[in-house]
Ligand binder design. Structure first.
Ligand SMILES: NC(=O)c1ccc[n+]([C@@H]2O[C@H](COP(=O)([O-])OP(=O)(O)OC[C@H]3O[C@@H](n4cnc5c(N)ncnc54)[C@H](OP(=O)(O)O)[C@@H]3O)[C@@H](O)[C@H]2O)c1
Length: 309
């Protein structure tokens, strides 16, 4: 597994990260036995994945904690998050952080993120909570401050535009995939310049794992005037990706993101060891052909209204 440095944090991280949220929540969303979910975490570590992303809201912190138990603490980068309801107080944040530490079974969280912050909440959240995050950092409970966007609704990265104006964030979680590539100009250009590490979500999501969902998304994009109807009318519109070296749609989707300059860690969410193993293989493959990559960029160049969920 290749590694990169996560912005100016200096953390050396695997280019694939394990996501413990999304539709699968390590299998918890479809009632996978807990031992199977723990096995996904352990197998990921065995295969060289060293960054795991979870959240208080996912209710998977304990699974992650069990998965990393016994592993040298400095060999794994743990990221978790706190949701920010309108009435959140600094005391709530502190209490949640301490709960996350307990559930993960560690003394320090490597990247502690404010979760799915909406554009209209950013200023209030920053002003209310950043001082507490800095205190938690000074106390050694967290190492780096992160923020994640609400990509389902904020498909144009409005919140991150604001966060990029401030100096407090070392890590940003960004929605990016083959369909919605707006982060290239709106986020990665700036995070690269500023030394902010990026974690990529939504690489595959439902669009690239459920063919019927992809059909519906393509029709939506045509209706919005963001996609050429000729493309979506084809029987197998994504054939060009397979011709360009991909072994499957999820494979193409992960490899497309992995090769994007400025995309440090691409998160992969699954509850299935066989999907995990096949995704690790995707991250070991070379980029898609230059022709397939250029075509994917051209076809979806105007898309900014969907997340792929
Ligand atoms: N705002 C936020 O902060 C936010 C929002 C969303 C996500 N996230 C983070 O980002 C992580 C990744 O996002 P994501 O969950 O959307 O991940 P993803 O990797 O883009 O998509 C995962 C989905 O694809 C399926 N899948 C994975 N590998 C597959 C394969 N080889 N073949 C077929 N299907 C496959 C999974 O189902 P199976 O279980 O069946 O494999 C799952 O439903 C999350 O886990 C979470 O940590 C953060």
């Amino acid at each position: 597994m290749d590694t990169v440095t996560l912005g100016s944090t200096g953390l050396r991280v695997s280019v694939m990260g394990l996501g413990a949220g999304g539709s699968s929540r390590l299998g918890a969303s479809y009632d996978a036995p807990r031992a199977e979910s723990v096995a996904v975490v352990r197998r990921a570590l065995e295969l060289g994945v060293n960054l795991i992303d979870t959240a208080e809201a996912y209710q998977t912190e304990e699974i992650v904690g069990e998965g990393v138990r016994g592993v040298p603490r400095d060999s794994v980068i743990l990221c978790t998050k706190k949701s920010v309801p309108r009435d959140i107080t600094p005391a709530d944040l502190r209490q949640s952080c301490e709960g996350s530490l307990r559930r993960l079974g560690v003394e320090t969280i490597d990247v502690y993120q404010l979760h799915a912050v909406r554009p209209d909440r950013y200023v209030q959240v920053r002003d209310t909570l950043v001082p507490t995050l800095l205190d938690l950092r000074d106390e050694g409970k967290i190492r780096f401050l992160g923020i994640t966007e609400y990509f389902e609704r904020d498909t144009n990265h409005e919140m991150l535009q604001m966060a990029l104006e401030d100096n407090c964030w070392q890590v940003m979680m960004v929605g990016f995939n083959l369909l919605n590539q707006t982060a290239r100009e709106r986020v990665f250009l700036h995070t690269q310049r500023r030394g902010i590490g990026t974690l990529i979500m939504f690489a595959v999501r439902r669009a690239f794992s459920q063919p019927e969902r992809m059909r519906a998304i393509l029709e939506e994009l045509v209706a919005q005037g963001q996609l050429d109807p000729e493309f979506s009318r084809q029987d197998d519109p994504f054939r060009f990706l397979i011709d360009g070296g991909a072994v499957s749609l999820p494979d193409a989707a992960y490899r497309f993101c992995r090769c994007e300059p400025g995309a440090d860690v691409v998160l992969s969410g699954t509850g299935k060891v066989e999907h995990l193993e096949s995704n690790v293989e995707s991250f070991g493959r070379p980029p898609l052909s230059p022709e397939a990559t250029a075509r994917a960029k051209a076809i979806f160049a105007r898309v900014d209204s969907i997340s792929g969920s």
